[in-house]
Design a protein. Structure first.
Length: 160
């Protein structure tokens, strides 16, 4: 899908798990992939492909910042604590004005993020946190690109 949309995948460079599958699919379909890693995690065998750019940085913080700076949109698939950290980190950076709003899509396949969505809403109701109004939640891969466009439109009208 990424290749068909003429987009570039920017991700943490692992060949494992869901993101590894997405990266390889993007490459196999003629798309461009940028993998950003650190020497700390540099254990993966990187694909040797003309459309693959590999960036290795010194620290996790530099890696995180490069992922954020290079991205035009953020799409969160099921993942571990690192995924959740990245999700909340992006929201926080937008809320405090360090980065400009960018489309944010949560892919809630198999209701993986239901409890997180409920928790976010509860934090808002308690006045402890306010989520970004441009976040889109989808339940299938086919909904991702339309959700990015909806989120982009909301970002253009977003006020902190």
């Amino acid at each position: 899908m990424i290749a068909k949309q003429n987009m570039t995948l920017i991700y943490g460079s692992s060949n494992d798990g869901l993101m590894g599958v997405i990266a390889n699919s993007t490459l196999n379909n003629g798309g461009k992939v940028v993998g950003i890693n650190t020497a700390y995690f540099d254990y993966c065998e990187q694909p040797q492909h003309v459309n693959y750019e590999y960036i290795c940085l010194d620290t996790l913080e530099a890696r995180q910042r490069a992922l954020i700076d290079k991205a035009d949109a953020f799409v969160m698939f099921a993942g571990g604590f690192g995924t959740l950290f990245e999700y909340y980190h992006v929201i926080n950076l937008i809320k405090i004005g360090i980065i400009e709003p960018k489309p944010l899509v949560v892919v809630n396949i198999d209701k993986c993020f239901d409890e997180i969505i409920v928790s976010n809403k509860k934090l808002g109701e308690l006045g402890l946190a306010s989520m970004v109004e441009f976040e889109e939640v989808v339940s299938s891969v086919d909904e991702i690109f339309p959700a990015i466009l909806r989120s982009l439109e909301k970002c253009q009208n977003y006020q902190k």
